[in-house]
Write a protein that binds this ligand. Sequence first.
Ligand SMILES: Nc1ncnc2c1ncn2[C@@H]1O[C@H](COP(=O)(O)OP(=O)(O)OP(=O)(O)O)[C@@H](O)[C@H]1O
Length: 231
Amino acid sequence: MLEIDNLHAFYGKSHILHGVAFKVAPGEIVALLGRNGSGRSTTAKAIMGLVDTEGSIVWKGQRISGRKPFEVAHLGIGYVPESRDIFPKLTVQQNLLLGLKSGHKNPRWSFDDMYSMFPRLKEREHTEAGVLSGGEQQMLTLCRTLMGDPELIIIDEPTEGLAPKIVEQVAAFLQTLKAKRVSVLLIEQKLTIALQISDRALVMGHGSIVFDDTPAALQENRYIRREWLEV
Ligand SMILES: Nc1ncnc2c1ncn2[C@@H]1O[C@H](COP(=O)(O)OP(=O)(O)OP(=O)(O)O)[C@@H](O)[C@H]1O
């Protein structure tokens, strides 16, 4: 479904990704792990057309490398960046409405789906998003992106700084996506969550993929964990 091969990415003259290659299959949750600065966010930005790249990014058989971010989104790839991405002066409900893909006839998701995954958003339905807590803003960003009905959603550190109870809800949210065959590329710092819910684990180091296997294999591989994950 998503096939990345020999991907290089650049910020000006800085060469950040060095020949990244991996695949994401339909309905698969793939965890992208690594230390801060290893290149995980840059990989997400490269897929979304937000940084200069060389190499190949193919989505559903179509080459998307070099496309504009809105084109990539329109083709069915949703992106939840690390910074919570909401419209602060609009209510929760208005933010969700803005997520809807225009002209889309049979959306997979309804407002009620969002509110049943995150009941707190229902309670805050008519509240301006700018006054929500960090955790609530994260829920809203996830839901707004999902309202656009992506087939693949790339989520950058969704549980960063959240209380354990909200982390559990985000994990349940990811399981719901899986049940509905939405693929997920999950950039995570927390190894336990990534291992619990993902089908495959990728580890990045210095802008390259240094491990690509099952979560169980990563659990057993002390060398990779020590060299590339533990701080
Ligand atoms: N806008 C930028 N301009 C120049 N260099 C950047 C920029 N953004 C990131 N970098 C550099 O690119 C490298 C990879 O960063 P990236 O953000 O992709 O890592 P990461 O694994 O996602 O970690 P983090 O969680 O800290 O963002 C780092 O060396 C970082 O300093």
